[in-house]
Every structure is written in C-alpha cells, then in structure tokens.
Design a protein around this ligand. Structure first.
Ligand SMILES: CC(C)(COP(=O)(O)OP(=O)(O)OC[C@H]1O[C@@H](n2cnc3c(N)ncnc32)[C@H](O)[C@@H]1OP(=O)(O)O)[C@@H](O)C(=O)NCCC(=O)NCCS
Length: 160
C-alpha cells in the first residue's frame, strides 16, 4: 500500500473512482476530471496539475488532484479527491492529503479547497476539519441557487 504519482495507465481506474460516487459527482464533473487527467498527462502548461494515487497491489483505491492557483502567491488548490466507498475511513484520504502537504511544504504558503454547503458534503467537511483546514468563507448560491460554495483554508508555510 502506498501513495505514488499518477501514471497514464491509471486513467480508467481513477475516473472510475469518481464515477462510482454519482450522488456526489455528476457526469459533467467526471468528464472534467478526465480532461484534467489528460492535461496532466500532456503536461499542459496552462493547467499545471499534480495527481497522487493510493494503490494496493495494482488497485487504485484513492486519488487526489491538486494544482497551483497562480492568482495568489504560493497558493495551491486541492481540486478533486475520491476514495473507493468500501475503503473509506481507513486513512487513505488522510495519507493522500498529508503526502501532498509534505510535497508542498517548501513551495506552498496556503492550501485551499472548495466544496458545497449542502448536507451531502458534510462528511467531506468533517474530513478536512480533522486535517486542520478551516472553513473561512461561504459564497452564497455559487454552484447554483441554494447551493453555496464553502471555502476551506490552511496555512502551510509562513513564507519569508
Ligand atoms: C472525503 C474522503 C476523501 C475522505 O477519505 P477517507 O479515506 O475516507 O478518510 P480518512 O479515513 O483518511 O479519514 C480521516 C479522518 O477524517 C474524518 N472523516 C473522514 N470521513 C468522515 C465521515 N464520513 N464522517 C465524519 N468524519 C470523517 C475522521 O475524523 C477520520 O478519522 P477517523 O476515521 O480516525 O475518525 C472520502 O470519504 C471520499 O472519497 N468522499 C467522497 C468524495 C469527496 O468528498 N471528495 C472530496 C471533495 S472533491
């Protein structure tokens, strides 16, 4: 069991992780994850992403895709994340986020992530709170009317 960098041959398994959670990820979202992975494979300079997977033997059980947000100074965004339902609450998500934080310890000042304020995302928010991310803002009706954007934030490095 280990966290490692995504490889192109992981594509189908990674997309399947999101497809297997249709209550959270719409078909459009799953397509966007696929586009991001293809950008990542191409090293698309406009959308520089990093992707970590948690694998056991050849099976991918979790994934985290993150990117630098160049609109701020040394800000990184945790963009997409999923752990196989039957493997949730086994520390996989925690290992992925901790690994990304370790890789970013010298290059990030802040890490942010955006989720929804609807109850279906409550466990996701609990997860990030447990990892010391603070809910710092709500943008009303961002995703849709009645579906607010919740902004989570963590300071990684005080910088110079
Ligand atoms: C959120 C998610 C990535 C967490 O991954 P995970 O491997 O299940 O989480 P971990 O086992 O590492 O959990 C670490 C801690 O977070 C908290 N936590 C995790 N899931 C939780 C839940 N459903 N309810 C309450 N707390 C939770 C717990 O404190 C947990 O520690 P504990 O199990 O010792 O009590 C996973 O549940 C998931 O894929 N959810 C659906 C997709 C999603 O929300 N993606 C993120 C936004 S794109």
């Amino acid at each position: 069991m280990s966290v490692r960098k995504y490889l192109p041959q992981d594509y189908d398994q990674v997309v399947s992780l999101f497809r297997a959670l249709p209550e959270l990820f719409t078909r459009r979202t799953v397509c966007n994850v696929g586009y991001d992975l293809k950008d990542y494979e191409r090293g698309d300079f406009r959308n520089i992403l990093n992707c970590l997977v948690f694998s056991q033997e050849e099976e991918i059980q979790g994934v985290l895709i993150y990117r630098q947000d160049h609109t701020g100074d040394r800000v990184f965004e945790l963009k997409w994340m999923a752990v196989k339902k039957e493997r949730q609450r086994n520390g996989i998500g925690c290992s992925l986020v901790r690994h990304a934080e370790y890789l970013l310890k010298d290059s990030a000042r802040l890490i942010v992530l955006y989720t929804s304020n609807t109850p279906i995302w409550n466990s996701t928010k609990e997860f990030f709170r447990k990892l010391d991310y603070q809910e710092v803002a709500i943008i009303p009706d961002f995703w849709d009317d009645g579906d607010d954007r919740a902004v989570f934030w963590k300071r990684i490095n005080k910088g110079v």
